[in-house]
Design a protein around this ligand. Structure first.
Ligand code: ITT
Ligand code: MG
Length: 198
């Protein structure tokens, strides 16, 4: 059976991606199956550039086909920030809690109608022969006033979806995959992978 490495250091992403790939005839590995792999330097200027450079970096270091993800949150009231800097919004080694606190602090006094935002995700599949395939997705929402829900990761507890009357962190993993930016990109990528595996 062919193998593909889910090449991300983010355990939340690994879980969502592995769930979406579960029905494909492929052995799914992740970076915990390898040792001494240096972390990719994300110095691209777009989600697309970063996703591609991560996929190539990890394919080079694992010697296997790698699926990488670059994603983030764009908040309109902040001119699209944190965007590609979402992981380090509150500083170089920031964790999810610190990033969420920073986001709430930046939006103090901003009314709900002006708290519009979106998650973006670009997935890149790099084969060892240098071939790269990509897929993307976007999900609109509103930044809440407080944290709600325990599921997901990152900014999920602050990402409120009015038509669902809940935050992304109040969704189960499969529900999140049905409606999220990553889920959308994964629907396209599973088709691409299906072809690639033939
Ligand atoms: O680069 P890798 O190793 O994949 O892991 P990462 O966590 O550093 O991932 P990114 O560089 O793509 O940074 C994206 C950040 O955007 C946020 N993010 C991305 N997708 C998200 C989601 O589905 N829900 C909540 N926050 C998300 C979260 O804070 C991530 O750390
Ligand atoms: Mg990263």
């Amino acid at each position: 059976m062919k193998e593909v490495v889910v090449a991300t250091t983010n355990k939340g992403k690994v879980a969502e991606i592995a769930l979406a790939l579960a029905n494909l005839p492929v052995k799914v590995l992740d970076l915990s199956d390898f040792s001494d792999i240096p972390e990719a330097v994300e110095d691209g200027d777009s989600f697309m550039a970063n996703a591609q450079l991560k996929a190539k970096h990890y394919a080079h270091h694992t010697g296997k086909a790698c699926l990488a993800d670059d994603s983030g949150l764009e908040v309109d009231a902040l001119g699209g920030a944190p965007g590609i800097y979402s992981a380090r919004f509150a500083g170089e080694d920031a964790n999810d809690a610190a990033n969420n606190q920073k986001l709430l602090a930046e939006l103090i006094g901003v009314v709900p109608e002006k708290r519009t935002a979106r998650f973006r995700c670009v997935l890149a599949l790099a084969d060892i022969d240098g071939t790269i395939m990509t897929a993307d997705g976007v999900r609109e929402g509103i930044i809440g006033q407080d944290l709600r829900g325990l599921g997901g990761f990152g900014y999920d507890p602050l990402f409120y979806m009015p038509e669902m009357e809940k935050t992304m962190a109040e969704c189960s993993k499969s529900e999140k995959n049905d409606i999220s930016h990553r889920g959308q990109a994964l629907k396209i990528m599973t088709k691409i992978l299906g072809e690639y595996l033939k």
